[in-house]
Design a protein around this ligand. Structure first.
Ligand code: GNR
Ligand code: NI
Length: 168
């Protein structure tokens, strides 16, 4: 196991389109294990491989309070979104320290492969629905700051650029 370095906005590597995983190889299993360790250490409720500079369609998540339900989603796709939308504060490990409201579908149906290569479909509501949409955005090179006003996004970008130049 290894802790991986998380890229921070506005790193251009976060804008890459992640590639489909063709097979669950030992490398992919290692990546998933390292992502779990990195996600729990952060701590975060989700992590996309692109955030640790691996442009593959791999996501880890655990939205439980007691961190008891590690899940990995490989090649996830949203099959359907409900019409109801809700605004909720979001944060991102790649945008540290900022929480802003983002509007998303409250209910989605998605398909993904688990770590054993089994394809499954599932409906998600609440925090899981938010998290899955947030992580799938990462796979497309999209960040939650893209939903904010240009003014807010620029403010966040400038603060993080300054931080990157003067690390503690
Ligand atoms: O840890 C995280 N918390 C969170 C809170 C509200 C909405 C989305 C998230 S995902 C985030 C971890 C992360 O950056 N995943 O990509
Ligand atoms: Ni994120």
């Amino acid at each position: 196991m290894a802790l991986l370095e998380i890229l921070h906005y506005p790193d251009p590597r976060l804008r890459q389109q992640a590639r489909t995983v063709e097979a669950i190889t030992p490398d992919i299993r290692q990546l998933v294990n390292d992502m779990f360790e990195t996600m729990y250490a952060a701590p975060g409720i989700g992590l996309a491989a692109i955030q640790v500079n691996v442009p593959k369609r791999v996501i880890t998540l655990d939205i439980t309070e007691d961190k008891a339900e590690p899940r990995c989603l490989i090649n996830p796709v949203i099959l359907a979104s409900g019409s109801e939308r809700e605004c909720a504060d979001e944060g991102c490990l790649s945008v540290p320290g900022f929480y802003e409201p983002v509007e998303r579908a409250t209910r989605i149906r998605f398909r993904a492969m688990d770590c054993e290569g089994r394809v499954f479909e599932e409906e998600a509501y609440g925090l899981l629905a938010v998290c899955v949409q947030h992580e799938i955005d990462h796979l497309e090179g999209k960040l939650f700051v893209d939903y904010l006003s240009i003014l807010k996004r620029n403010r966040i970008r400038k603060k993080l650029e300054k931080q990157a130049k003067r690390p503690l």
